[in-house]
Design a protein around this ligand. Structure first.
Ligand code: PEP
Length: 247
């Protein structure tokens, strides 16, 4: 795939002043084949509209509902109104902390597509599952649960091993590439255009390890948590993505 994706997930971090600092630090090369976006907490979406051009916006989550009596929820169409093109669905922190079920994730994928957003579906195994050698089966099962019934018309996938998220322990390029090959294989069975779905790796990506990950044949980009909070680090990861395309 002759394109790279670098999407930053700010989780529950940031402030209006940090958005302004990030905006000053962010270096965006004009018109490259690297798609760049930030998923800030909802209240900062408006302020993030002033980020340098070429940096898009993503939601960190969306409701399965479009409107109604659902206090605290934010719909995919609201995210679209604020300029989001993508929305993260099924992040492991939500699957764990908020007990998001496969059924709910399917409903959120459908809500995102109906609102014209491209979902970024997160999958990934726990440390216990990897240590038991069941990681491929676990990730295949997550993909089947999310995509078997109604595969979204457009989609990104992020492979995020839970043991690598926020831990400083990154999957090796070999581990990431091997799982991405498994995901590609599963997607081609589940979707007509499964061969062209961009596959991002997430889990402690930083400026030092990004280049080796982007050089993997099956890795099309990164979902970046901690290192996306600093505009300089995030820019270096974007530049590593650009460099991997020039090779
Ligand atoms: C994430 O939560 O999506 C993530 C990849 O976090 P980090 O880069 O901090 O591991």
């Amino acid at each position: 795939m002759n394109k790279r994706y670098v999407i930053g997930n700010w989780k529950l971090h940031g402030s209006l002043s940090k958005v302004a600092t990030f905006s000053q630090q962010l270096r965006m090369a004009p018109a490259t084949d690297v798609v760049v976006a930030i998923a800030p907490p909802y209240p900062y979406l408006g302020a993030c509209a002033d980020l340098p051009s070429g940096c898009g916006l993503a939601g960190q989550d969306c409701s399965a509902h479009n409107s109604g009596a659902h206090t605290g929820e934010v719909s995919a169409s609201m995210l679209s109104e604020w300029g989001c093109q993508w929305v993260i669905v099924g992040h492991s922190e939500r699957r764990t902390d908020l007990a998001e079920s496969d059924q709910l994730i399917v409903a959120k994928l459908s809500a995102a597509i109906s609102a014209g957003l491209t979902p970024l579906l997160c999958v990934g195994e726990s440390l216990t599952v990897r240590e038991s050698g069941q990681e491929e089966a676990a990730v295949r099962a997550q993909l089947q649960a999310a995509l078997s019934d109604i595969p979204p018309a457009s989609l990104l996938i992020a492979y995020e091993p839970i043991w690598a998220i926020g831990t400083g322990v990154t999957a090796s390029p070999e581990q990431a590439d091997a799982m991405h090959a498994v995901i590609r294989n599963e997607l081609t069975g589940l979707m007509d255009d499964g061969a062209s779905v961009p596959l991002l790796y997430g889990g402690s990506v930083n400026p030092d390890n990004a280049g080796a990950l982007f050089d993997c044949p099956h890795v099309d980009g990164a979902l970046v948590g901690g290192a996306s909070l600093d505009g300089t680090s995030f820019s270096e990861i974007v530049e590593a993505a650009q460099a991997s395309l020039r090779q």
